[in-house]
Design a protein around this ligand. Structure first.
Ligand SMILES: [Zn+2]
Length: 308
């Protein structure tokens, strides 16, 4: 069934790029609402404040994922909260934000997961729809690539390559399951950066809110943070966290497998555009509820015994 949250949630924190404080309120939503961001700071007509979380609203995907509505209002750094919604199977929710960026929190999605867990998930009286990959789709940039393939499950096979002794080549294959699996294996994996690159971005004012509290920072000798790695493959698992958030912009949970080599926001967004550009690449299927399945099974066995 489709889900939403049981009660509203309030969260606050510094934003990564502008360094401002962002106040967020998550609100339960009715079936088939989808995921909608709302800028509460704009002072314009209500419908102009809404930004739908869909792949065709993406306007930038360099340092984060940013979406924009038809009135030119945008919201940035949505990938971690979207990942939490995907991992916890939240299908309908409204996210009110009082600035143009989500807070970075600790650089992972664990705080969103814990807050949702606290209020609980509410089942709605509507069947869930899923997007099924029907044909392989490939997108490449130089030697990096992303592939979507038909499958009966939702799996992500991700490889990253960095010239650093703590990473080198790191691969992880994640097969989605219930939200405990997402919580335990993925949600606490933090974003990461290299000291030189961090200093370069800081000097240009591109990561004003970035600190050792919200990212793993590496130099040639190792990790600069006091807190060492939370998981053995935290780097590649954070890339899976990002991918789960970005790919949820398709608007549905997915049945299909993905292979990603040296991926990033841009590669995922280009892949979504390729998939959705041709209707024969995918189909939207409606999941039957357990009650419906049970009813149909009894109905079929009655029919069969009647025929016999
Ligand atoms: Zn990230």
């Amino acid at each position: 069934m489709q889900n939403t949250i049981r009660n509203s949630i309030k969260l606050s924190g510094v934003t990564l790029h502008s360094g401002e404080i962002s106040n967020v309120t998550l609100l339960p939503a009715a079936p088939n609402t989808g995921i909608i961001f709302r800028r509460s700071d704009l002072g314009v007509a209500f419908n102009e404040t809404l930004i739908t979380a869909k792949y065709d609203k993406v306007t930038e995907s360099k340092l984060c994922t940013k979406i924009i509505n038809d009135y030119g209002h945008s919201i940035s750094t949505i990938e971690h909260i979207m990942s939490a919604f995907h991992g916890m199977n939240i299908n309908n929710i409204v996210i009110e934000v009082d600035c143009d960026e989500l807070p970075i929190l600790d650089g992972s999605s664990i705080e969103y997961v814990n807050s949702i867990e606290k209020v609980g998930i509410k089942k709605l009286n509507a069947n869930r729809k899923l997007l099924k990959i029907k044909r392989p789709t490939l997108f490449t940039i130089n030697d990096s690539f992303i592939k979507a393939l038909p499958s009966n499950n939702f799996t992500i096979d991700y490889t990253i390559v960095y010239n650093h002794s703590l990473i080198q080549e790191q691969s992880y294959c994640y097969q989605s399951g219930d939200y405990y699996k997402y919580k335990n294996l993925i949600s606490n994996c933090r974003t990461f950066g290299f000291k030189d690159e961090v200093e370069f971005l800081k000097q240009r004012g591109l990561i004003a809110g970035g600190s050792l509290n919200n990212a793993i920072v590496l130099d040639e000798n190792g990790i600069l943070n006091k807190e060492q790695l939370r998981q053995e493959k935290e780097f590649v698992k954070h890339k899976i966290l990002d991918f789960l958030g970005d790919i949820y912009l398709l608007g549905y949970p997915i049945i299909g497998s993905f292979e990603i080599y040296k991926g990033g926001h841009r590669l995922t967004h280009e892949l979504m555009n390729s998939i959705m550009s041709d209707e024969s690449n995918y189909s939207i299927v409606e999941e039957e509820s357990i009650d419906q399945k049970r009813y149909l099974n009894t109905y079929n066995s009655k029919r069969i015994s009647a025929i016999i």
